[in-house]
Design a protein around this ligand. Sequence first.
Ligand code: NAG
Ligand code: NAG
Ligand code: NAG
Length: 486
Amino acid sequence: MACMWRRLVPCVCLGVLGLLCWVWVSFASLADEQLPIGAWEAVDHAAFQPQSALSEMEFASISSYRGPGNNDHRSNKELPILLWWSGGLFPHFPGDTERIDCARSSCLVTSNRKVQLYKRTASIIFYGTDFRAYEAPLPRLQHQTWALFHEESPMNNYFLSHGPGIRLFNYTATFRRESDYPLTLQWLPSLDYLLQPTAGLAPVLYMQSHCDVPSNRDRYVQELMKYIQVDSYGKCLNNKPLAEQLEDTSTATGEEPNFMNFVARYKFHLALENGICPDYMTEKLWRPLHQGCVPIYRGSAMVADWMPNKHTVILIDDFPSPKELADFIKYLDENDEEYAKYLQFKNPKNIINTKLLGALETREWGVNDMSKPNYLNGFECYVCDQENARLALEKNHKKSQKKGEPPAPKMANNSHMGCPLPQPGYGDVQNLPEDDGWLQIWPQDYWQSLDQAEGLESLIRHNESDPSLLWKHIQNIAVSRARGHH
Ligand SMILES: *[C@@H]1O[C@H](CO)[C@@H](O)[C@H](O)[C@H]1NC(C)=O
Ligand SMILES: *[C@@H]1O[C@H](CO)[C@@H](O)[C@H](O)[C@H]1NC(C)=O
Ligand SMILES: *[C@@H]1O[C@H](CO)[C@@H](O)[C@H](O)[C@H]1NC(C)=O
């Protein structure tokens, strides 16, 4: 979460500028039932009783960017509401409610959970790391969609990696290219970032202070260390002290110069993600590329799809054993010409991957770039435009006496996250001793998350309103499975 917040700075700053043009609108006596938008009629009135009005809430309207396609002149009280469910995360400042004017339409966004059961509340947005099945907003209303924002490691919440979990969401923004609003290159601020030239002299660096992780990277690096000298400065596998003033306080985009200069001295960086998943790539990959150090990488198996050219990273999993990898690193270390080939992308004419160039060119959000929306506000607007389009379709469908097909439902599937069962960093899971620390944590965490996903799916299917019944539902599923009914 810490990194997240550091990257939120631009949106907070925008909020402060926006203060100059606050318009406060308060509506004391607005009855939710009187809303003029026809879409609400599509809602099953018997399904729930809305609390009266948004009476205690004040709605601030910031004169935000209005896209050229946004002709939405409805007043605040007519707009659909998007509810940010996860306590700590509401990308607006100050207050808890705001109007957003997006590329094609407008919405109200709020972090006030009072609106949970309102007819006007069209969508609930969740921050993946904080999503808990036993705290989910229930009953789940037919007319409300769920939107998932998850840019952090898969290890933070394996719930989202299981089909029954991810399918509960209608819209997603994750690191996977298949998600609706992909954040795949979130740790790559720009093409320029890749071009910065620097050169390393010392051989292999490993710097990790987060040791008990599902990718089990230490187990591999430990094996590798049998064959080649690795300077390891972090808490994990530490074999060298780090000068105190060099603490790793950097992020991908806010980099502490002394620390950066220090790690840039290394020709190779062991760069292993904490969780393994397609398209999950972090600063562990992009930072060494930025610094002109060659990453020895394990993470997304499809990492080559995003590299500047075909000769930029060394993939651990291309080597049958740590010894063969060590031999190859030694070979490169002693052959300057071969080593230099890995840095040819520092010349822009050697950045030839059109997928990478295209993605950087077309993404609408920026990383620490004041001229572009950050991806939290970008995703929020994506959901807003989707919801307004859906509501309009539903309204038309109703008007036409339900001739023709109703709008097709939209939901996420495993390709939007779907990270695999964690595997040991080296060797076969069968051969691990029973008391192995990694074995006792991660496979269990993964399968318990599946139980929770199935449990929540069952709660929703039974229209329960008390999420703490989760455990009972999980137990019922287990019993029914034991009886061969599942
Ligand atoms: C679901 O539960 C809510 C509140 O608990 C109730 O008002 C509603 O009628 C139920 N809906 C269905 C379809 O059973
Ligand atoms: C949203 O997803 C839920 C659960 O997967 C699904 O039942 C519902 O039809 C979807 N809503 C829309 C509007 O597509
Ligand atoms: C899963 O989602 C992807 C991306 O949204 C979509 O292209 C694909 O058709 C979906 N797969 C299934 C089986 O629904």
